[in-house]
Design a protein around this ligand. Structure first.
Ligand code: ADP
Length: 489
């Protein structure tokens, strides 16, 4: 019998995406289904989901559910099948008809507490009992807590194992303990300090509740999205104040690096780019895409210039202060910079300024645009990913798939996936630097420029090597299957 796995999370490509979590929730179930696993996905039915999907959903069931002090709520379940995967959408007008998809933390906590309980309440009504419930990030953090407390005496709890994947430890879903307890209706013991209870210097010793922490404590297995990140989050530097709990639960932790969807991210078939190419004609293909990109972005049209790309959420995590510190020295007569991102006003302003100061050599697209992101991956020679921390990172993987060499800081998944160039042995698929330091980033960029402008043969060989690496879900999906097998026993 096929193992039954339910993915629980707040976003899933192609329905709704704000970051890498959506890519994983979209691609991993597809890869598992291809291997014979019965993988299904459940996310909220947000009002902002594209109408084309809403029109094609089928009503599965509905019922009423109580939720702590907030009373009874309607729960509707709709479903949609695509590529062998069944997607469930959990509907409640009060909670999910608004937001894009998130609102602000105060509301989101209550919305996702509702979601977590409703997922478990819905399963018997749907009539499908998973062997493993695979939760993702803080939004699904209370699923393991509910499963082992309020749902303790159910067939589901006796049968199902629970895993939680930490995509980014920075976001934990924290609010006052009294509110979390009142809304969730969870018993006192769930809020002990070694469970969902949370109080430390980082939150001013307030008595808080922490959804992700609860998930980590109550889940049978905890996974993170790279080996290095699994290690890093056990240290105070990267532990986001949960390093103690991570060390305590280290024995149930495992790091499995993300893959990327090789159908969605394929320069040979991507309709959004000017000219399709594969590893066989990558050099000509990238040249054509570079010219098209330069035209689109209003950069000087010259295929001999080096184009440095950056596609990112514009937040403090992504090392953008380092880029800001070096951008004036990075741009020279032979180098251009194409940025795509949205986020903190501080960084949006910084990159708009860079564009104004270097007209024709820098273009800052302050927007979220998947067509433009493909065009940058296809047209750029290098992609910057200088993150302060990076649990896995997909940008560097997509970059390599499109033959753009990544320049990364050696942290988390960046360290695990980008083998740095070794000029003596002609190995490696990118460039990396270790300390969080603008000087090191600039040195690294200058080294890449030297190889690009003076050793083009080596560069082109490296581009082909990068494209030849397998970052599809094939490898990682097998690791998850092993994990599920161990859990189910
Ligand atoms: P995170 O999840 O921390 O944002 P990842 O590197 O894991 O970072 O995933 C980011 C994903 O979002 C990549 O697929 C990247 O191409 C995409 N992305 C980020 N910003 C934009 C944007 N402004 N427009 C289009 N795609 C974007």
């Amino acid at each position: 019998m096929a193992t039954k796995v339910l993915f629980v999370g707040s976003e899933c490509y192609p329905f709704i995406k704000t970051g890498g979590l959506a890519d994983v929730m979209g691609a991993l179930p597809k890869a598992l289904v291809a291997d014979g696993v019965d993988a299904r996905v459940i996310i909220p039915k947000y009002g902002c989901l594209p109408q084309e999907y809403k029109d094609r959903m089928r009503h599965v069931c509905d019922f009423w559910m109580d939720l702590g002090c907030t009373g009874d709520h309607f729960v509707g379940v709709e479903s949609f099948e695509m590529g062998g995967v069944t997607y469930y959408f959990l509907d409640d007008e009060d909670y999910f008809s608004w937001g894009s998809p998130y609102t602000e933390m105060y509301n989101d906590i209550e919305r996702f507490i509702f979601f977590d309980k409703a997922v478990l309440a819905a399963l018997p009504v749907i009539g499908w009992r998973p062997d493993v419930i695979h939760c993702h990030d803080w939004q699904a953090g209370l699923v393991p807590v509910y499963l082992r407390s309020l749902f303790y005496d159910t067939d589901l709890s006796r049968h199902a194992k629970c895993a939680i994947t930490i995509h980014n430890l920075r976001f934990q879903g924290v609010c006052e303990r009294s509110r979390m307890q009142a809304v969730s209706g969870l018993p006192d013991e769930c809020f002990a300090l070694d469970k969902c209870g949370y109080s430390s210097a980082a939150n001013g010793y307030r008595p808080d509740g922490n959804m992700l922490k609860g998930g980590i404590v109550y889940a049978d297995r905890v996974t993170t999205v790279s080996d290095t990140y699994a290690y890093e989050i056990q240290t105070p530097e990267y532990g986001e104040d949960l390093d103690g709990i991570m060390r305590y639960h280290a024995s149930k932790m495992v790091g499995i690096v993300n893959g990327i969807d090789y159908e969605v991210n394929d320069p040979a078939t991507d309709k959004k780019i000017a000219q399709n190419y594969s590893v066989d004609d990558v050099i000509e293909g990238k040249r054509a895409n570079k010219l098209a990109l330069q035209r689109t972005l209003g950069l000087e049209e010259d295929p001999d210039k080096m184009v440095i790309g950056l596609v990112s959420r514009l937040t403090n995590q992504k090392g953008l202060d380092l880029v800001g510190a070096v951008v004036d020295r990075m741009i020279d007569g032979n180098t251009q910079f194409a940025l795509l991102g949205t986020g903190d006003a501080e960084f949006e302003g910084m990159f708009r300024n860079a564009e104004w100061s270097h007209r024709g050599a820098v273009c800052s697209s302050i927007m979220y645009d998947s067509a433009r992101s493909s065009q940058i991956y296809a047209g750029a020679d290098v992609m910057l990913v200088p993150s302060r921390f990076e649990p896995c990172g997909l940008t560097q993987l997509i970059a390599m798939r499109y033959g753009a060499l990544p320049i990364v800081r050696e942290t988390g998944g960046l360290r695990d996936t980008v083998e740095p160039y070794n000029e003596y042995e002609e190995t490696g698929v990118g460039f990396s630097f270790s300390a969080y330091d603008a000087g090191q980033l600039l040195n690294c960029i200058n080294y890449a420029k030297t190889v690009y402008f003076t050793r083009r043969h080596s560069w082109d060989a490296m581009v082909r090597r990068a494209m030849g690496r397998d970052f599809s879900w094939n490898v990682s999906a097998k690791k998850y299957e092993d994990l599920y097998r161990q859990m189910v026993g």
